[in-house]
Design a protein around this ligand. Structure first.
Ligand code: NAI
Ligand code: 15L
Length: 268
C-alpha cells in the first residue's frame, strides 16, 4: 500500500516548509520533527535527532520518513558529526527498530561537489560517478548514502537518496540554473520516491528539467518522476547580473560551486 503517514524531519527548515505546504495535496498526513519549534504547528515534535527516546516516539506507526533534518551548510566537523552523522544513524536505527520500510534521504550535490561541471558536449554526470565531497557537510551526505546502502543490504530498509541540487522558490545564481529543483518538482520527486516499488537503495539527482542541467535524471525518472519546471526563464536576468560561469575558476567549474573553495570552518 502507498505510504500515508510520513515523518518529515527538518520540518521547520526551508525545504521542510515548502514540503509542508505541497505534500498534503498528494494525500500524505505529515508528522513533523525539528530541533526548533515549527511555526504554526503546535503538534510538531521538537527534539534533537540524537534524542533516541524522542525519535522512537516520532517513528512509531509511520509508513515512511522524509529525512531533511541536519546542518545544511558547511560547519565545524563536531557539529556535522552530531547532527548529520550521528543524527542520521540514530534516525535509521529508530526506523529499523520500528519496522519503517522506507526513508527518503536528503543527500546533496555537495556529496559529489568536486566533480567538474560538464562543458558543452560532455555527457551528463551519472549517479554512479565517484563521490567527491567538497566539505565536511558533503562528507556527511556521502556517509548518509553509505548508511542507507548498509541498512538496505543488511536490514532490508529501503532508501531513495536524493542528491538535491538547489531547492528554493527561484534560482538566484547562474550555477543554480543548472542545479535548480523547483518546489513543485521537489514535491513530485519526493512523492515518486515514496511510492515507487522495489527501490532498494536508489540514488537520484534532484533537479527540475533545466535546460542547463549538469547531471543525469534517468534514475529519478525511473521512479516515475516527471519534472515540469525549467530554470531557463531566469537565465537572461541572472547572466546579465552575474555573467556566465567561468569553467577555469574552481569555484565556478565544479558541481559544488563555492563550497569547493571555501575554507573549512574550524571549531576554535
Ligand atoms: P535548513 O537548514 O533550512 O533546515 C534544516 C532543518 O533541520 C532546520 O529546521 C534545523 O532546525 C533542523 N535540524 C538541524 N539539526 C538538527 C538536529 N540535530 N535535530 C533535529 N533537527 C535538526 O535546510 P534546508 O535547505 O531545508 O535543507 C533540508 C535538507 O536538504 C538538509 O538535509 C540539506 O542538507 C538538504 N539539502 C538542501 C538543499 C537545498 O537546496 N535547500 C540542497 C541539497 C541538500
Ligand atoms: C546544499 O546542499 C545546501 O543545503 C543548500 O543550502 C544550497 O547551498 C545547495 O546545496 C546548493 O548547492 O545550492
Amino acid at each position: 500500500p502507498a505510504p500515508r503517514t510520513v515523518l518529515l524531519t527538518g520540518a521547520g527548515g526551508g525545504v521542510g516548509t515548502l514540503m509542508r505546504s505541497l505534500l498534503p495535496e498528494y494525500g500524505y498526513s505529515l508528522r513533523l520533527f525539528d530541533l526548533r519549534p515549527v511555526e504554526g504547528e503546535p503538534d510538531a515534535i521538537t527534539a534533537d535527532l540524537c534524542d533516541t527516546e524522542a525519535l522512537r516516539e516520532a517513528v512509531r506507526g509511520v509508513d515512511a520518513i522524509i529525512h531533511l533534518a541536519g546542518i545544511s551548510l558547511e560547519a565545524p566537523f563536531e557539529k556535522i558529526l552530531h547532527s548529520n552523522i550521528e543524527g542520521t544513524y540514530r534516525l535509521y536505527e529508530a526506523a529499523r527498530l520500528a519496522g519503517v520500510p522506507r526513508v527518503v534521504l536528503a543527500s546533496s550535490n555537495h556529496a559529489v561537489g568536486f566533480t567538474p561541471a560538464p562543458r558543452a558536449g560532455d555527457p551528463l554526470i551519472p549517479v554512479g560517478t565517484p563521490r567527491r565531497p567538497d566539505t565536511f557537510y558533503g562528507l556527511s551526505k556521502s556517509f548518509g548514502e553509505d548508511l542507507a546502502q548498509l541498512y538496505w543490504d543488511k536490514h532490508g530498509l529501503e532508501t531513495v537518496s536524493v542528491r538535491i541540487g538547489s531547492c528554493f522558490p527561484e534560482p538566484t545564481s547562474v550555477r543554480m540554473l543548472s542545479m535548480w529543483l523547483s518546489p513543485a518538482d521537489g514535491a513530485r520527486l519526493f512523492h515518486a520516491a515514496l511510492t515507487a516499488e522495489g527501490v532498494g537503495h536508489t540514488v537520484v539527482y534532484g533537479s527540475s528539467a533545466n535546460t542547463r542541467l549538469w547531471w543525469d535524471l534517468t534514475s529519478a525518472r525511473a521512479l516515475g518522476y516527471a519534472p515540469r519546471d525549467d530554470s531557463e526563464p531566469y537565465a537572461g536576468k541572472l547572466i546579465a547580473e552575474q555573467g556566465e560561469l567561468d569553467p577555469a575558476d574552481p569555484a565556478q567549474g565544479h558541481l559544488g560551486g563555492h563550497f569547493v573553495t571555501d575554507p573549512p570552518i574550524w571549531p576554535y
